[in-house]
Design a protein around this ligand. Structure first.
Ligand code: HEM
Length: 438
């Protein structure tokens, strides 16, 4: 006999006001606390909505497999992206998502990847030279700016030194910042208002760019999307391309900046892994696309970084069809989420889950569940930029660690983290880069 939805344990109503605040302050601690109080399945109130959370990989599997369109991704992300990123891939379900994703996939095929490879390789070498010159940087804001510059040139073909690039970067930061504003109405230049204005600005600049690329094709994401068709010959309109570009840039640059910062956090704490990265990087001077798969140390260090510190700790969904989860009857329309960070730290699937140990990716771990490692998500919405992100990080590792080593400026300082919208240090995280003695 299934139990009723309102029997799912939750805090008393007068504590609901705290949930959104605690979720923003420390998302994973908030979920851990709820699990401790109520067990694996609980309800909470986030940003004015009632949520059911079931924190384990079996439920993740049900939500990702999404048989018979049981789950809506668009509905899940709507409160976050509405008015800001309205038509990106995560704001589409079912047939419309499949059609758009198939066309988009053309911008991530081998031909496109080779173009991105050349662009990232040149940029990574410049990045390493800049770090060698600057020596000390507050790493997260530094790499965020740099990866945005990369996105501007690789996706839009912009010269990052011109005025338009500065305007785009500023508008972009405003749109992303607005995704976590609690007030969702554009009032008196508040965060959300700045985001909406930023989006309008980006849209007008990118529409002009799409028209230019339709006339004179180049080698960037915009051109690839102008040319992309599915098997039936379907292609995107100008407006659709603009929406996909804005969304893809958002999905691409913050996540990569977050994961690189986390990698630096881990290897400055576990120096034997930095030594191993240096040794490997020196073997791949003038690396080719094919050689990327031989960067074994970079591969396992990055995988483990994404396990311990996934850039996106949770993703939202809405349940479309009444269903049974852990013996409770879950009605259609229920909001829920997938607990990426939780699955990555669950003792049911990992030995010593809080320990940074890249060698676990060299072993076949008996305890592992098909959905216990999901930094790039799963199912039909699994990250389209997975290979691009990995290529970018490997090229950056190669460029930096073939020339430099890195230390924390304040090795004993406690790092505090923001976990939404993406994982990053809240306070200064200064790194010093030193030229390697050959
Ligand atoms: C470390 C880097 C990255 C991480 C951890 C990451 C993570 C994710 C996750 C978890 C999702 C699924 C969200 C959900 O299911 O609700 C996703 C989707 C997506 N990602 Fe990434 N991502 C990264 C880099 C990138 C890059 C470099 C790009 C583009 C060039 C990109 C573009 C996208 C897009 C377009 C989607 C939506 C796919 C769809 O709905 O079909 N991501 N990403």
């Amino acid at each position: 006999m299934m139990k009723a939805y309102n029997e799912i344990p939750k805090d008393p109503w007068y504590q609901n006001w705290k949930h959104s605040i605690e979720f923003i302050a420390d998302t994973t601690a908030f979920f851990d606390k709820q699990v401790q109080k109520h067990g694996n399945i609980f309800r909470c109130q986030l940003f004015g909505f009632d949520y059911m959370r079931a924190q384990d990989a079996d439920v993740t599997a049900i939500l990702y497999k999404n048989s018979q369109d049981m789950v809506s991704t668009q509905g899940g992300w709507q409160p976050v992206f509405d008015g800001l990123f309205p038509n990106g891939l995560l704001m589409k379900d079912g047939k419309s998502h499949i059609v758009h994703r198939r066309i988009m996939q053309q911008a991530f095929n081998k031909k496109a990847m080779l173009v991105y490879f050349d662009c990232i390789k040149t940029w990574s070498n410049e990045l390493a030279l800049d770090l060698e010159k600057k020596q000390t940087v507050d790493f997260f804001p530094y790499i965020k700016q740099k990866t945005l510059d990369l996105a501007l040139s690789m996706f839009l073909g912009f010269d990052t030194k011109n005025k338009l690039s500065t305007q785009v970067a500023k508008a972009f930061v405003d749109v992303v910042g607005a995704t976590i504003s609690i007030v969702r109405k554009p009032i008196l230049n508040n965060k959300y208002h700045r985001g909406v204005k930023g989006r309008a600005h980006l849209k007008s600049i990118f529409l002009t760019l799409v028209k230019q690329r339709r006339e004179n094709s180049s080698e960037d994401l915009v051109s690839f999307l102008c040319e992309a068709t599915d098997e039936g010959g379907l292609s995107f309109s100008d407006e659709q391309i603009v929406d996909h570009i804005i969304f893809t840039m958002m999905a691409a640059h913050d996540t990569t900046a977050s994961s690189l910062t986390s990698l630096m956090i881990q290897i400055t704490q576990h120096s034997k892994w930095q030594d191993a990265l240096i040794l490997e990087a020196k073997q791949f001077t003038n690396i080719s696309y094919e050689q990327l798969s031989d960067m074994h140390v970079a591969d396992i260090v990055y995988k483990e970084t994404l396990r311990v510190m996934p850039p996106i700790v949770t993703v939202p969904r809405v349940i479309n069809v009444e269903t049974n989860i852990h013996g409770f009857k879950i009605p259609a329309g229920t909001r829920t989420g997938i607990n990426i960070y939780g699955n990555h730290h669950d003792e049911r699937y990992w030995d010593n889950p809080y320990q940074f140990d890249p060698t676990r990716f060299e072993r076949t771990d008996e305890k592992r569940h098909p959905y216990s490692y999901i930094p790039f998500g799963g199912g039909v919405h699994k990250c389209i930029g997975l290979y691009l992100a990995t290529m970018e990080v490997k090229l950056i590792i190669q460029a930096i660690f073939s020339r430099l080593d890195v230390q924390r400026v304040q090795p004993d300082a406690l790092i505090k983290y923001a976990k939404v919208p993406i994982m990053h240090p809240k306070n200064k995280f200064e790194l010093r880069f030193n030229k390697l003695k050959r």
